[in-house]
Design a protein around this ligand. Structure first.
Ligand code: ADP
Ligand code: NI
Length: 209
């Protein structure tokens, strides 16, 4: 068994307890998209990318029961200290953190981050947002909610916005935060689809369509 296969087996058990917005299917889609982007970026290290994708949500504070799941799994894999460090740093650069993200300095960080964010866009992004909202008892939309920016990552995390608010707070901003050429291309198509979805939703609310 390769290191990636071993890691895949270990993380699969962890994601089995997360809701369908962050399950192993999310990981498999991000892997597929990361491979597609990496195919256009010849210097990318596929092993680091695959391990970072597999592990990027296991210690997510929204789901994780223990903060150390990522470290525990990493310690079980046969990796050099340097590889372990690269995987950890790549994962740290993925999260949006309410706009307080870290800078993506390596090509691996850029690819994993773009791939994860692409899964928040388009048809799949819409589906995931509503699955997440459902799991958190959120509203579909809330006209009274301010679609504002947050003063810190903590403030962003503390608020369970309505799903349509979340489109404005985060999802519609992602296309301009893409870092790879292929990621930008896919994000722009998926963004258009989401805008069309929101327009249709508004029109339906008023009985216009
Ligand atoms: P990150 O770690 O990059 O901030 P998250 O794990 O918080 O990303 O979010 C990933 C996905 O979960 C979002 O793209 C969206 O689909 C869903 N999500 C997160 N917060 C909300 C929310 N308040 N309403 C609806 N969906 C949400
Ligand atoms: Ni993710």
């Amino acid at each position: 068994m390769t290191t990636t296969e071993q890691c895949s087996k270990l993380v699969k058990e962890v994601y089995a307890s997360f809701d369908a917005s962050h399950d192993f299917e999310h990981i498999q889609r991000v892997l597929a998209t990361a491979h597609a982007i990496a195919a256009t970026e010849p210097t990318a290290n596929e092993k680091i990318i695959e391990l970072a994708v597999l592990l990027h949500d296991v210690s997510d504070a929204k789901y994780a029961t223990s903060k150390d799941i990522e470290a525990t799994i990493l310690a079980q894999l046969l990796l050099s200290d340097d590889e372990q460090q690269q995987v950890k740093e790549t994962i740290a650069a993925v999260s949006y953190r309410g706009g307080y993200e870290l800078e993506a300095t390596t090509i691996e960080m850029k690819i994993v981050r773009d791939a994860d964010r692409l899964d928040a866009l388009g048809a799949i992004g819409i589906a995931r947002a509503f699955i997440f909202g459902g799991a958190h008892g959120s509203l579909i939309y809330n006209d009274d909610e301010e679609m504002h920016t947050y003063e810190s990552e903590e403030a962003y995390r503390a608020k369970d916005s309505a799903v349509v608010t979340h489109f404005h707070e985060k999802l519609l901003k992602l296309k301009d935060l893409m870092t790879t050429a292929y990621g930008k291309k896919l994000a722009s198509q998926r963004h258009k689809f989401m805008v069309q979805f929101l327009q249709q939703l508004s029109a339906e609310r008023e009985g216009k369509i």
